[in-house]
Design a protein. Structure first.
Length: 492
């Protein structure tokens, strides 16, 4: 539809048709202006001329010209093209299925002209983080350890000269202590230690391990012999519990001081036995792991057993009224210590190429269950007394202390260790280790001999002595074990 052009006459109908003149009529000669002026100034019907109609041409022309220009400009500027409103079509609107939907254009990726670059190599491990260590490990070591020397406060064997008033008695000029003048050392213990463990999670943060070691049972044996052809005798010294004076077994047995005839033969044997076991089960928590170091916390249960025993045996043959009367007696003290405790500690492993160093510190707190078993007996074969007979007790054992005793003491068991290793392969590691273990309370056999005693010995049956000695001393002491080991570890 064609648009409608609005003119100035539509808004000002009184102007008449003269306003339809174009720009040429308006800007024509003065005659045109006069024509316009004449139409504008024509008097209304019935109205006379006004003074304004008598204005001079010159006074009206300039303002009227500007008004005519403005009026012409408005006639051109006010033309507006209008568009009729869209009327709704009769009937129902089309359904969605009938409407044309826009077509989705598929975007095709650009074609790769050149071959794709090779895949990037895996990123290097960030500084401060290492890959997980072995999941399972098994370690075995051969040990060479030694223990704290055993103390014997009471001498067990002396050697005395026959020229002394009481041969072998402590305090006599020529009496020499044979067992034991110094602390008893049993030498180096060979042993074996195993360590097995595994991580319980994929991140190697929580694990469990077991460490077990055993040292061989090592014995210390020594015999002391004298007879009629030696210028001395060997005997067992003690302090008489009734008189408080120093005495010896042979003096008591022969009941003479000095005795005119020494025994035909005397043999005294001292045997000492010692052994150590240990085991602990621990949970492990890794707290730090880097390229060259790993740190773990350790906590678990620890057990350690120390067994120690001493046996004193004496065999004599005596001339009793022309008859040879043999006599055999022994004193035995056996101690067993079982430590049970809860332990905690830490371990650091450092790596330098193929070399590695592992440092471990543990401390266990618990109780030391101590058992002391004291036994003794004497066997004599005297035809004049009706043959062989026996009776309980000997020199350091009597009814006053024979028996088994159990008691417990609080104890502390710390351990420090270091292991220097060399990795032959990714799965095999050789090691040289050192360990030191300390146990604050153990009962050892050497401390249980009471030097105050009243031996129940003789060539005829004797009645049991009366008194409190020898007594059970219930003595404990500290203890340590240390040494080196060589081993191999396999892990994966």
């Amino acid at each position: 539809m064609a648009g409608k052009i609005f003119g100035i006459t539509d808004f000002f109908p009184n102007l008449g048709a003269s306003c339809t003149t174009g720009f040429a009529d308006i800007f024509d000669a003065p005659g045109a202006l006069r024509a316009v002026r004449g139409r504008v100034e024509a008097p209304r019907p019935g109205v006379g001329a006004t003074p304004s109609s008598e204005r001079s041409q010159e006074g009206w022309s300039m303002p009227s010209g500007r008004a005519a220009l403005l009026l012409a400009w408005l006639c051109c500027a006010t033309a507006v093209v209008a568009q009729p409103a869209v009327q709704p079509q009769p009937g129902n609107p089309p359904s969605l299925s009938e409407m044309e939907l826009p077509v989705r254009r598929q975007v095709v990726p650009p074609q790769i002209v050149n071959d794709p670059p090779p895949p990037y190599p895996p990123l290097a491990m960030p500084l401060g983080i290492v890959e997980q260590g072995p999941n399972v490990w098994v370690n075995g070591e051969v040990l060479w350890w030694f223990t704290k020397p055993n103390k014997y406060p009471t001498p067990l064997v002396t050697k005395g000269s026959l020229i002394d008033t009481a041969p072998g008695v402590i305090g006599q000029p020529n009496t020499v202590v044979e067992a034991f003048p110094n602390d008893v050392t049993t030498g180096t213990f060979r042993g074996f230690r195993t360590n097995m463990g595994m991580w319980l999670d994929d991140d190697a943060a929580f694990g469990i391990e077991n460490t077990f070691f055993v040292l061989e049972q090592r014995s210390w044996n020594q015999s002391f012999v004298s007879n009629q052809n030696t210028p001395y005798i060997v005997t067992v010294p003690f302090t008489d519990s009734t008189s408080g004076g120093a005495d010896s077994l042979l003096n008591k047995l022969l009941d003479t001081t000095p005795f005119p005839l020494p025994p035909l033969s005397t043999e005294i044997t001292v045997n000492s036995r010692h052994q150590v076991y240990g085991d602990d089960i621990n949970l492990i928590k890794n707290i730090n792991r880097t390229n060259c170091m790993s740190a773990d916390l350790i906590t678990g249960v620890r057990w350690m057993q120390v067994t120690d025993a001493t046996t004193l045996g004496v065999t004599t043959q005596n001339d009793v009224n022309g008859a040879v009367v043999p006599q055999l007696g022994y004193d035995s003290v056996a101690c067993t210590n079982n430590f049970w405790g809860w332990q905690f500690g830490g371990r650091i492993r450092e790596q330098w190429g193929r070399f590695n160093l592992e440092s471990t510190v543990k401390i266990a707190l618990g109780g030391s269950q101590q058992r002391v078993n004291i036994q003794g007996a004497t066997l004599t074969n005297n035809p004049a007394a009706g043959g062989a007979f026996g009776q309980p007790g000997f020199v350091f054992t009597q009814n006053s202390n024979i028996g088994a005793y159990n008691f417990s003491r609080f104890a502390v068991l710390p351990e420090v260790g270091a292991k220097l290793g060399y990795s032959l392969t990714d799965s095999i590691n050789l090691s040289l280790s050192y360990n030191f273990l300390y146990l604050s309370s153990v009962a050892l056999s050497g401390n249980q001999f009471d030097k105050f005693t009243n031996p129940n010995v003789g060539f005829t049956p004797q009645s049991a002595p009366v008194g409190t000695h020898p007594a059970f001393l219930k003595q404990s002491q500290d203890y340590w074990v240390q040494g080196v080991g060589v081993g191999m570890e396999w892990h994966y």
